[in-house]
Design a protein around this ligand. Structure first.
Ligand SMILES: NC(=O)C1=CN([C@@H]2O[C@H](COP(=O)(O)OP(=O)(O)OC[C@H]3O[C@@H](n4cnc5c(N)ncnc54)[C@H](OP(=O)(O)O)[C@@H]3O)[C@@H](O)[C@H]2O)C=CC1
Ligand SMILES: CC(=O)N[C@@H](CCC(=O)OP(=O)(O)O)C(=O)O
Length: 314
């Protein structure tokens, strides 16, 4: 069977990456919009309603506008923006979230693709909450280091134009402690309080790593780093795109530095636990355009259509 697929926002960073993923697919017919009409609501509506699956690779407002244009009950929307991630009726597009998530994605006609930082944070902590090691009431913090493609075309242009020495050093941002990923970070881990979250953008194109530092005393009494790593391994047993590294990963410790770009050009997420007798670091790394956006969106489409989940992904 051939599926008609349209990418609204096809010229954007995530849209272009989705097209790259789909280019080699024989089971997908990509519907394209004329470049000069790519913001024309009527033409967008026509193509959105002609698609079996439509990806929204747009800013939040344009994504909401697109969702309101759908009149075809067959059309399944997969939205890469933040707009619908905690909206009832929209399935969260993270198949590895929990045992029932694939069925939710399969049966949904509205799928909200997770954010890049949020994907890493949720994949790192949801197993600990589900296993009862981390209480929903826990107060946690997190940092994320990301490549500048995370900011889309605008930020890519800024970094690649050169000439601004400030961009040469890592830049913490969202210092108002109200990053747009906080709602989904809470909703899909079960945490009752937003993490204190500080993302940092660096002078490299893509790659992302979220770190959650924890005192072992914040976890269930008696929990050691071993139990945390085992909880991750158990939760993701058999998951094609999640790799749980050995506790205190020897290769990373031997190198002395963590490679934030270690998952680039894949749809994989690597999860690490480093620890002392009293403290741990739980780290998740991914490609912000892979499992952090476009790869995740293609995987969600594969799950929804009942196709081999890794089709077209590595
Ligand atoms: N970059 C990343 O790592 C990630 C991004 N996302 C999210 O995915 C979405 C897309 O991000 P990204 O691809 O990076 O953004 P970009 O800015 O690179 O691309 C957005 C695209 O949307 C188009 N667009 C804007 N408004 C409209 C409109 N009204 N109608 C039609 N097209 C429109 C733009 O067209 P034009 O080029 O003409 O301006 C542009 O091509 C965003 O919500 C982003 O937050 C999610 C996860 C990670
Ligand atoms: C460097 C940078 O600006 N990164 C973006 C990531 C955006 C993202 O993940 O997009 P959505 O949440 O819309 O899906 C940010 O932190 O806002």
């Amino acid at each position: 069977m051939t599926y008609a697929v349209f990418v609204d926002g096809q010229e954007g960073t995530t849209g272009l990456r989705i097209h790259e993923y789909l280019a080699a697919r024989q089971d997908v017919e990509v519907l394209r919009i004329d470049a000069d009409k790519r913001k024309d609501p009527a033409e967008r509506a026509r193509l959105l309603n002609a698609a079996d699956v439509a990806f929204l690779c747009l800013p939040d407002a344009a994504s909401r506008e697109a969702a309101a244009m759908i009149s075809n009950p067959r059309t399944c929307l997969i939205d890469a923006s933040t707009a619908h991630r905690t909206v009832p009726g929209w399935a969260f597009g993270l198949p590895e979230l929990c045992k029932s998530q694939r069925e939710a994605i399969r049966t949904a006609k509205r799928i909200a693709n997770p954010g890049c930082h949020a994907s890493a944070f949720i994949l790192a902590l949801r197993p600990l909450v589900d296993a009862g090691l981390l209480a929903p009431e826990a107060l946690v913090s997190a940092t994320s280091i990301t490549g500048y493609s995370g900011g889309g075309k605008g930020m890519i242009g800024e970094y690649e134009a050169g000439g601004n020495t400030k961009l040469l050093s890592p830049r913490p941002y969202a210092l108002g402690l109200a990053h747009k990923h906080l709602p989904e970070m809470m909703a899909h881990t079960g945490l009752k309080t937003a993490p204190v979250f500080m993302p940092i953008v660096g002078n490299f194109y893509k790659g992302l790593a979220v770190t959650v530092p924890l005192h072992l005393s914040q976890l269930r009494a008696g929990t050691q780093a071993e139990q945390v790593q085992q909880a991750l391994a158990a939760h993701y047993e058999g998951e094609r795109f999640i790799r749980v590294m050995p506790l205190r990963d020897a290769d990373t410790l031997a190198e002395g530095f963590f490679d934030v770009q270690g998952c680039n050009d894949t749809n994989r997420v690597d999860l690490f636990v480093f620890g002392s007798e009293t403290q741990i670091l739980v780290m998740a790394r991914l490609d912000n355009l892979g499992k952090g956006a476009s790869g995740a969106a293609v995987q969600a489409m594969n799950v929804h259509l009942g196709l081999e989940e890794s089709l077209g992904l590595v």
